[in-house]
Design a protein around this ligand. Structure first.
Ligand code: ATP
Ligand code: MG
Length: 301
């Protein structure tokens, strides 16, 4: 039997098995590649003057509820629950765990925190609180671990992974120019590290039958593009970056206004950091020292 790419990553110590599909530790050499690629992102985007912010991988549950995530993607969400009982409750909890017949987590109560589904979710309410957005726009640089409940044995589909994002707010023209600029830059960056890229129109995995319509609409209006690179299949390459135009939907939802009072348009560009590292290992091999010199040079100077 042929060993899978995932098993080879485990054997090489690049990813570390935890016993759960899509939940992996990362070895030092895997992290080195992510660090180097993030430095490349910094070099390409650095002159744009984005404001950097880093949020933890959990976000305010009230903001998550307001975002509408549960309407569109209930299948992917992860909430944080905790034990909130007294000593008596604790005794029955331990008993329940010992017997193992019932689900011991049933008595856990929801906390004020949910797992962050995309790096930009905590940003919108934060910016809304600050007041109006300058007419020449606002730009933010984010990175976060994100959770999505999509267990898979495809190493490129993880449940906890890092997303680096740039988010742009401003007029329609301003944010669509931003998105186009990053589509061009993204292709160039991937070519510079020797990856085989295509760009295609895409849609988000909206839940249920009503979701089909949302997905079709998103495609028809070219609201989402993906940069695709072969990782586990050449016929079905994997999305390693996405370029999303939200029109004024987030602006209206969060009350993001330009100085002249109009609702701001927003767009975001996301790099899937683990997927990019996996694309590099898949394309150039598991031994970084043996990667082509120009690729090493682009990443490590
Ligand atoms: P896919 O269609 O593969 O599920 P997506 O459309 O859900 O991707 P986005 O929501 O646009 O992805 O997220 C931005 C980027 O984050 C993606 O382009 C991808 O590189 C990365 N990403 C998304 N989901 C995962 C995942 N489960 N594991 C690893 N990286 C991911
Ligand atoms: Mg997805």
């Amino acid at each position: 039997m042929q060993t899978s790419f995932l098993d080879r990553l485990f054997d090489a110590g690049l990813l570390i098995d935890t016993g759960v599909d899509g939940l992996y530790g990362r070895g030092g050499r895997f992290e080195d590649v992510i660090v180097a690629f993030e430095r490349l992102i910094d070099r390409v985007g650095g002159a744009d003057g984005a404001e950097a912010m880093r949020f933890p991988p959990g976000m305010n549950r009230a903001f998550f509820e307001k975002s509408g995530y549960m309407k569109s993607f209930p299948q992917l969400a992860g909430t944080v629950h905790s034990f909130c009982g007294n000593e008596l409750n604790h005794m029955s909890l331990l008993k329940c765990m010992e017997v193992g017949e019932e689900d011991w987590t049933k008595g856990q109560k929801a906390t004020d925190i949910v797992l962050t589904p995309a790096a930009c979710y905590p940003l919108y309410p934060t910016v809304a609180r600050r007041g109006r957005i300058p007419m020449d726009g606002a730009l933010f640089d984010l990175q976060s671990y994100c959770f999505r409940h999509e267990p898979s044995q495809d190493p490129a589909r993880q449940q906890l992974f890092r997303m680096r994002e740039y988010v742009c707010m401003g007029t329609e023209q301003h944010v669509t120019d931003f998105r186009q600029r990053w589509m061009d830059r993204g292709v160039k960056m991937m070519q510079d590290v020797g990856l085989d890229v295509t760009i295609d129109v895409a849609n988000d995995p909206f839940f249920g039958r009503a979701g089909k319509m949302l997905a079709n609409n998103q495609r028809d209006q070219n609201l989402k593009f993906e940069l695709l690179i072969p990782i586990t299949s050449v016929a079905r390459p994997t999305a390693c970056m996405s370029f999303n135009y939200h029109q004024d939907a987030f602006g209206a939802k969060w009350g993001l206004h330009l100085e002249d009072g109009r609702v701001a348009h927003t767009a975001c560009v996301g790099f899937g950091l683990e997927r990019i590292a996996l694309a590099l290992f898949h394309t150039h091999g598991l031994d970084v020292a043996a990667w082509p010199a120009d690729v090493r040079n682009t990443l490590w100077g």
